[in-house]
Design a protein. Sequence first.
Length: 100
Amino acid sequence: MLNGVQLSMDLNDDALLEEPTVTQVKGNRKLIQALLTLQQKVSLLNQQYLLLRGDMLYLSNEMNVCRHWVVQSFRAALQSQSQDASNLQTRFERLSKVLN
């Protein structure tokens, strides 16, 4: 793909460049355009990766919070059921004594 193409690029992500620099590129016009397009797509994919990674970290945290809430709710429901069963058992024993 790069046969007959000479490309020398020094990319800098700093937005505060004092003077723009001129770079001469020699080679097949379509290949050079394809390389620049590829570079833009890779940059976009990297940005999307970072966004998705942030979303996944957020969702992971939310899953932990949700899991903790479910465990607490289950324990509270179990304790409530146990208390209700104990109360019914006590009432049943009192009723049994009254009937005997």
